[in-house]
Ligand binder design. Sequence first.
Ligand SMILES: Cc1cc2nc3c(=O)[nH]c(=O)nc-3n(C[C@H](O)[C@H](O)[C@H](O)COP(=O)(O)OP(=O)(O)OC[C@H]3O[C@@H](n4cnc5c(N)ncnc54)[C@H](O)[C@@H]3O)c2cc1C
Length: 490
Amino acid sequence: MTGAMTGPGEPPHVVVVGGGIAGLAAAYFLRDCAASITVFEGSPRLGGKLAVSDVAGIATDEGAEALLARRLEGTDLIRAVGLGEKLVTPGTTAARVWTRGTFRELPGRQFMGVPSDFGELARSDVLSDAGLARARLDAELPATPLDGDVPVASRVSARFGQEVVDRLVDPLLGGVYAGRSEELSFEATLPALAAAARRHRSLAQAVGALLPPRPQAANGARPEAVFTTLAGGLGTLPPAVAAASGATLRTGSMVRELTRTQHGWRLVIGPASAPEVVAADAVVLAVPARPASRLLAGAAGSAAAALGEIRYASMAIVTLAYPRSAFGVPLAGSGYLVPAVDRRAVKAVTFSTVKWPHLLPGGADVHIVRCSVGRIGDDAILQRDDAELAALAAQDFAAATGVSGGTVEARVTRWGGALPQYTVGHLDRVARIRAAVAAQPGLAVCGAAYDGLGIPACIATARSAADQVLGYLATRSGGRGGLDRGDGGQ
Ligand SMILES: Cc1cc2nc3c(=O)[nH]c(=O)nc-3n(C[C@H](O)[C@H](O)[C@H](O)COP(=O)(O)OP(=O)(O)OC[C@H]3O[C@@H](n4cnc5c(N)ncnc54)[C@H](O)[C@@H]3O)c2cc1C
């Protein structure tokens, strides 16, 4: 058994468990403190859900591929670590819905599928006539009683009817969470809309109040892009953040135990046959809910219990490269969503080389298409092997677009237990976790399990975890003119 132990007079040691974007961002935000920082990542690779590799010679993201530009936490970090010049905007974000046998425009004036403009909704033809008539009732119905947290589906269907849920909201939520609107919490998955809904009787009006002005109202200026990404792939962000953090980075180092000691923390790392024991003054847990729950079982039982209640969805990304010649007509828009009620294998498709023109700088001779497969509770499709999954995705894509013929390359990336489900009660769960964690000196948590799955939201949790640790270390250093370790190692 080896031990990384520091003694009195040495700088404090902060351990970050998990080398995804949240853990690496936390290490970066701690970079200037007078502590040594170590990131332990269980897998052989940093980055977690951010990864990039080549398909048909083009660097293509395997996991997250776009970043919400309106929340500045992501773009600020990108600039801070020197990747600002790599930021690129989409060529188009106009998406469609493949439903009721054909492509229909996704209304632009919507918030996670919740519509605000019934004229536009009618023109999109996403809903049947009966569905549209029911949706319009939102304007007339009396206020919906607010009685605590409810599923997205029940809140939205109470206002607009079930078709809006099935054909608009569910596909969009399915794209982000791989989840189901009858389980996901209205308050936790759509917090801005939930807040606006308290001020408006009509949910369409609440959406309207959240959306930016229509482009023509903004003096004809080109509307700011909602999304951005990095030329070279979002998967290039984790290594840049890791390098800029100055932290010691340990991949292949699974943290198996975390226990409280008299003055700090003791971690056990690596295989049972050759465990390494590490002492830390403070610990940031930047891992998904399940490993966080296991690690906190002894030190913070109620946090562990609440973390254990968070379920995860599995999914796969099938990336297909086609010869350009396979496309008779250019693909229109950035891609399409497929409602679960339409019972197709693929739930969303991004026309990567159309959405992101920088992927084809010299007008290369391929098109890249990214197909998203798998929803919570529907894992059967993910049991297929890679070749079957790629064939199924190509078949679905051909049925939707008419593009057939062989692919020049296919890549299947499986993301098992990847997406936390913010089900009804999530906000209470997170409050319980945070209260129990706050009661443990020098402990903080961050990552996708808490306040949002998106990269900026994960970075925001990393910032507050780092702030908590800095506050704790400052308190411990007291008026002694610097930070010191109190436990002298374990
Ligand atoms: C396919 C897919 C597409 C997505 N697309 C987008 C998108 O386009 N835009 C967007 O904003 N978001 C997107 N997301 C969501 C976003 O990527 C994630 O929510 C975010 O990257 C999660 O970061 P994280 O650091 O919290 O967790 P993770 O990335 O899961 O990192 C946690 C790390 O902890 C490690 N770990 C676990 N247990 C231990 C342990 N005991 N010891 C040490 N290490 C451990 C894991 O190996 C992992 O590397 C997508 C997610 C997926 C799966």
